[in-house]
Design a protein around this ligand. Sequence first.
Ligand code: ADP
Length: 474
Amino acid sequence: MYINGKWLETDKTETIINPATKEETGVVFVGGEKEAEEAIQAAQHAFKSWSALSGNERGKILINVAKELVNKQNEIAETITKEMGKPITDARREVTSAAAYLEWYGEEAKRVYGEVLPALDTKKQLMVLRQPIGVVGAITPWNFPVSMITRKLGPALAAGCTGVLKPAPSTPMCAMEVFKCFESGGLPAGVANLVVGEAEAIGKEMTSNPIVKKITFTGSTNVGKLLMRNAAEHVQKVSMELGGHAPFIVFEDADLDDAASSVIGTKFRNSGQTCISTNRIYVHASIKNEFSERLAKKVRELKVGNGMEKDTDMGPLVNLSALEKVEDQVKKATEAGATVVTGGTRLDNEEGYFYAPTVLVDTTDAMSIAKEETFGPVAPIFTFNTEEEVVERANDTQYGLMGYCFTNDLSRGMRMMHQLDYGMVGINDPAPVAPHAPFGGVKESGIGREGGTIGLHEFMEEKFVSIRTSTNLF
Ligand code: ADP
């Protein structure tokens, strides 16, 4: 743990397991409520001086930290792969992306503008100031264990906030790597603090301590709801990036090869363990066979294995319960009539938690796979006949994070852009994410946005000021 600029040891440790080998990756010190409270105090103490720096000064430090991340890219990427299993090339890309968020917010820190409003009374000057919200509690998941940290702390620190981060229990070493970069990049003590350990106790302290003014969370919808309920006690502001159930719609006029390759990117990257992973592939009935064959061919070519081997395309699932959940969804689907085109089993010849990349056809809307987030490498193909029908079915979920649509008809693509009820839509684009673009969901997929100027304003309060003078001003 890293509190007030010091690395802290406790009398309790946790062993981190490599999901590809079930071997030990490392041992970390863990804590709970007490350490969370200390870290919140440290963040409060540091807030005064950090928020008093100019945006330029804060930005320079964040850009330094981004450089540190890039310098240590290989080392950090190895930690990612050994803690959560993703292939090393994807892990390297994650480090680059994590640095890009810090760099973008480092630059944006100097562009926090207020507003001057037109006055109704000529003796008045009306203004809106933007000020940092205060101490932030950030809770991150294991699937992007490095970039999720910078996507939260980048804008928070740029805004002038200080904070406490709780990483996922399976990936604390990645968080430690990021915090080492904060340290070597020159971030003052107490500005960013790391607390590893009991999720519930640390979360409770973050939501019950009135010093914490904002909770920013990425994780499951259930935990997000719990945090929101607890945050209500002190009317803490919240940003929530929760679950998703992305539809991937392929119209009959789409470039089928491009669409199939894009399913590989959106479904099998990270072994399907991302909140924007494709969950339901809707294919026009007239191209079902052709599309599923093309997709299955590409899926069979994926090399599954330990992410440390450089030609690995797909690593393991993060742990046994993730593996069992995927297995259960596929079992329920096949019992209800779905057909396995490829995959459909665990890979028992491997040591770790591996599941074969899988394509299912004959799946229906009644199956659990059509409703529950899979978080695994299973691509279920559904068929549709009309545009109206597919929009209705794609939107028929409590989730609303990402929707993908493949078509070569521009008008249709634009209709879909308007009609898909999602926070983000990729038209012929399987990777619609960028540091300067707002990332986030509607419905039960979340509240608030990360990325871009909106992401910065999430960590700021707007203060309206009216100055009345004794003379007419204009
Ligand atoms: P996943 O199932 O993908 O691990 P979770 O929502 O359980 O998603 O975890 C995301 C993050 O939320 C992790 O850092 C986890 O430790 C944390 N978390 C889980 N339960 C709680 C809780 N009750 N209070 C605070 N944080 C929690």
